[in-house]
Design a protein around this ligand. Structure first.
Ligand code: F6R
Length: 258
């Protein structure tokens, strides 16, 4: 597969990253209302969603014609449970914007047959005509979605066992560490790479090694985010802390600092 250089943009801090990320989404929504977005959850996305909610309330933008697909959900966690990604999306975005009910899809982690649910989810994405703009975070271990290190680049939506590091990082959303789910359903790497454009957001020093591995390391399953270099329309937005371990960042024409 051909390699590409992602566009890299570095902003001073997490607030500036969230502002720029939200501005890119708003610009896309203004440009063409009927858009299919892909959403990530997690701490990095919270300030981005807060800005999208504010833009919607301020009348700058509307989600009326938006369809969306979330990347992932825990297996065995009910949508109403506060640790679920369903609850996260409701709390941080869906509950506050004018999106049509039924157009916001999240994998069903309570499905009796997760393989069938994964196939259904892939079919739904295909039926929607694919994802126009997919928002991604990155794990400190280089995961995207919940594609943990070792994930095949041909992988599609499927059940996955979460790394201990990932469970630990997400323990804040559960009452005690042992209750963090061990399994999730996630879009695969191949599913992610089919999005027409991708915006990856990384903030904080704990992401620096993963960002550097994704951009400067080998394109290989030990760093799932490195697969993004096989896509020709990826924009990576980092704060200074997350960009700190990048090699020669200011000198590459594809890379922009501010
Ligand atoms: C969440 C997801 C994950 C997160 C990643 C970063 O839906 O797919 O890949 O984006 O774990 O999480 P935070 O932002 O909490 O560091």
């Amino acid at each position: 597969m051909r390699q590409h250089a992602p566009q890299i943009e570095i902003a001073g801090n997490a607030t500036a990253v969230a502002e720029r990320a939200a501005a890119r989404v708003v610009a896309r929504l203004r440009d063409r209302h009927a858009v299919t977005l892909g959403f990530a959850t997690g701490a990095t996305m919270r300030p981005v969603y807060a800005r999208l909610v504010a833009a919607t309330r301020g009348g700058d933008v509307s989600f009326r014609a938006v369809s969306s697909f979330n990347l992932d959900e825990y297996v065995g966690v009910a949508p109403q449970s506060p640790g679920s990604f369903h609850a996260y999306m409701q709390e941080h975005l869906f509950g506050h914007v004018d999106m049509e009910a039924g157009r916001a899809r999240i994998p069903d982690g309570m499905a009796g047959d997760i393989a069938a649910e994964a196939a259904r989810y892939e079919a739904l994405i295909a039926a929607a005509g694919g994802i126009d703009l997919l928002l991604l975070g990155i794990g400190a271990n280089g995961h995207v979605g919940f594609n943990e290190p070792g994930s095949d680049f041909e992988s599609r939506t499927r059940e996955i066992r979460l790394d201990e590091a990932t469970r630990l990082a997400n323990a804040r959303n559960f009452s005690y560490p042992a209750s963090v789910p061990e399994r999730a359903i996630t879009m695969g790497i191949a599913t992610i790479l089919e999005a027409r454009s991708i915006l990856l957001i990384a903030t904080g020093p704990e992401k620096a090694a993963a960002v550097a591995a994704a951009i400067d390391g080998p394109i290989a399953p030990p760093c799932p985010a490195s697969a993004l270099r096989l896509h020709d329309n990826v924009h990576i937005l980092c704060d200074e802390a997350a960009a700190a371990a990048l090699a020669n960042r200011p000198h590459n024409n594809n890379r922009r600092t501010a």
